[in-house]
Design a protein around this ligand. Structure first.
Ligand code: SAH
Length: 357
């Protein structure tokens, strides 16, 4: 049986039109299914009520359109909603929906667990289980669109669990589904792939003709320090990642998690600014989400603002990311870890937002 949600819309349409004709229906009946996959999704073939009942039954016998099992949802005082989905094999993944004015950003997962073991990241601590299939990644966006009332994404960030560029084949197909007008129709500039710096993946992303955005998890301005925080630095050292960023034909964002007393000193700001200037990168300073962050402490908001000013004064564009959903442990991997520990979420008193410096 063909899983329609593993296919780019154009490929699904081709298969469906051929199928319709082969079974004595007009080809356009096949095309009529396509909007129900992503654009105006429905939960089952039976709900495609603009199609003849006989054709719907035929579809259900030959095609799959699997759902993700909804496990739990948490709602933050700031409106951020975090969802936990379970896959057919029992693996759990997280998806976060972050409203901000007119924008609705979905933070989606690309792997169950993660192999990279960044020292401050809750997903890294749980280890790697497996890559997600196309329908499991794009399905996160689809499931939220199936809610009543539906949640529709205007922006997507691959900043949930996993390393998207270590699952490139599936992620590349998902990018097509997200961007295609017959998929979710989200503009490429509103879709950001975040990576620790997997070089072949960066090249592959750069080769896509669409203007998808690249965010690089830098987190330390020297190889020596980065090595301590991110074991992947052995394979893809900072210097190579910086070269890749400088060679990327579009603007890149540097992500930099502020770790108290570790990477937040004045000399780090100077070093980071120098690298960012070289790559013409935009710097995003990320307050550490404390839940599951394994012994690190957040830099104070005042110290982050000072760090940001230092970078800005050397001519680099910088913003401080608003921490969203702190009360629901919305950072990478935290909900799943929390469920496993059966611990209530951290208190809402931690909830704070830091504006751009
Ligand atoms: N593997 C990719 C995408 C997933 S993580 C990457 O590393 O870029 C998305 C971002 O969240 C990364 O920048 C990651 O370093 C950051 N992150 C992980 N744990 C965090 C925490 N506890 N607080 C704040 N940011 C965190």
């Amino acid at each position: 049986m063909v899983n329609l949600l593993d296919l780019a819309p154009a490929d699904a349409e081709l298969a469906l039109r051929e199928f319709a004709v082969a079974h004595g229906h007009a080809a356009y009946r096949g095309s009529q299914v396509v909007p129900h996959l992503w654009t105006k999704p429905v939960g089952s073939f039976a709900e495609m009520t603009d199609l003849p009942a006989a054709f719907r039954e035929l579809l259900a016998e030959h095609f799959l359109m699997p759902r993700l099992a909804f496990v739990t949802e948490q709602l933050s005082t700031d409106g951020t909603r975090k969802f936990l989905f379970r896959m057919h094999d029992g693996q759990a993944i997280e998806t976060v929906a972050i409203p901000d004015g007119e924008r609705m950003t979905f933070c989606i997962s690309s792997q169950a667990g993660c192999a990279l073991q960044c020292s401050f990241c809750a997903t890294g601590a749980m280890g790697f289980a497996r890559n997600l299939a196309v329908h499991e990644i794009a399905g996160q966006v689809r499931e939220l669109a199936l809610l009543d009332p539906p949640l529709r994404a205007t922006n997507i960030v691959f900043m949930g669990m996993g390393e998207p560029l270590m699952n490139w084949k599936a992620v590349s197909e998902v990018l097509t589904i997200l961007n295609d007008p017959k998929g979710f129709g989200i503009g490429a500039r509103h879709i950001t792939v975040s990576t620790v710096g997997i070089l072949p993946g960066i090249v592959a992303l750069g080769e896509r003709k669409e203007q998808f955005r690249l965010a690089l998890s830098i987190h330390a301005p020297s190889d020596e320090l980065r090595q301590k925080l991110m074991p992947v630095n052995t394979k893809y050292p900072l210097s190579d990642v910086i070269d890749a960023a400088a060679g990327f034909d579009r603007r890149v964002t540097f992500e930099y998690v502020m770790l108290g007393g570790v990477n937040d000193q004045p000399q780090h700001a100077d070093q980071l600014a120098a690298i960012a200037r070289r790559c013409k990168a935009f710097v995003n300073l990320i307050p550490l989400h404390p839940g599951g962050s394994m012994g690190f402490t957040p830099t104070t908001p005042e110290a982050i603002a000072k760090f940001a000013r230092k970078i800005r004064n050397s001519g680099v564009e910088v913003a401080i990311r608003k921490s969203r959903g702190i009360d629901i442990a919305a950072a990478c991997g935290q909900l799943r870890v929390e469920r496993q520990r059966r611990r209530p979420p951290a208190g809402a008193e931690h909830d704070r937002e830091v504006d751009v410096a």
